[in-house]
Write a protein that binds this ligand. Sequence first.
Ligand code: PLP
Length: 443
Amino acid sequence: MTIKNHPCIRTKLPGPNAIQYLEKEKKFVSPSSTKGYPLVAKSAKGMVVTDVDDNTFLDFTAGVAVCNTGHNHDQIISSIWSQANALIHMSGADFYNPLHIELAEKLSAICPGPHTKKVFFGNSGAESVEAAFKLARYHTRRSIVIAFYNAFHGRTMGALSLTASKLNQRKHFLPLVPEVIHIPYAYCYRCHYGLTPDNCTMACVTWIREELFKTKVPPEDVAAIFVEIIQGEGGYVVPPKEFHHALYQLTRDYNILYVADEVQSGMGRTGKMFASEYFDIVPDIITLAKGIASGLPLSATVAREEIMDWTPGSHASTFGGNPVGCQAALTTIKLLEGGLIDNAARQGAYLMQELKKLERTYPLIGDVRGLGLMLAVEIVKDKETKEYAPEERDSIIQQAFSKGLLLLGCGRSAIRFCPPLILSTDDADIALSIFEECLKKIP
Ligand SMILES: Cc1ncc(COP(=O)(O)O)c(C=O)c1O
């Protein structure tokens, strides 16, 4: 008997059709992106991706935390279909668009805080961050921006300037936008200051106040602090609640904007609509993309109305807030509010509990962390020394692929579990059993 959603690998991987595409890709497509394994997707539904050789895979990546409603959800398809029939494009840069306005109103209502917010629409996470960066400078007339080590905010020049995740993302692209200062994040498993959360009194924030602001960086010249509420590409690092509280207080003390990058942690992924809600933080600006429109390219930069004070002509995008994307986003939000966020919290708790059991059994697992369905397992050579184990991590991901489970890495040595929010306990059990088989194979 085949279990629903159980992967089925029929060919050697990559299969014969995939090999042909891979050869052409090598010839014609930019080699600048990283591909962990040779998945050439042909179609997908729900939790399952089918490749060009008809192998099926259980997707624990959601297309990099994008397809939160599951692949090709029927309601998303019909929203896209009917909107495409009515209007595909009439640029929001020069014309008005009802869906643009409806979605902005909805985002104003659901983003943290009772105040009215205004929304700038773009097409990608990097664009939402780029807009937030420009807006922060525009509104405050200040130049300096603070961001964190291991942060990933995107790859356009402004967003890249805030990113400090992997050297090859920056190598040969310098100089970047000036006046961006990076500081250590609250990565408590590997605390920069060698402290533990119970004795540190948030040294990572105190250092900004007592050292940075007293020696090098005049706080009155700081426009914003850009922070991922949970670091995503940096390793799914969940900081203590006190970290965001102390950081937020610092921004209030110096009139600095608190910009929450929720591109990856937003749209229900953590079991709440926004990860900021876990920390009782009401950001001044929030950046959103990835899960916002179930796979269509759309992003939003959401700011308190008084902050979004830039004048006509100061920032715009031809495609940003495309009507089809906006319609998909409205349906996505309806589905998230209609049960998927609760499911993410429920299934995330189950997955976390089971991964913690594996942590107790396998010396390779140094840490299990996350919220909702934004979970990661950090692979180490030794639990005591916490030595990074990138080769072992990569080998687990490769083996999982060969068995039909799609996983992705994050950070230097972690594996993320970010499935669509439609995940069932049966799906979780399939993934857990494949993952455990892979762990057993590591010497
Ligand atoms: C937190 C965060 N911000 C920004 C981005 C950039 O998004 P995009 O790749 O859509 O430009 C990402 C992408 O992974 C992200 O995780």
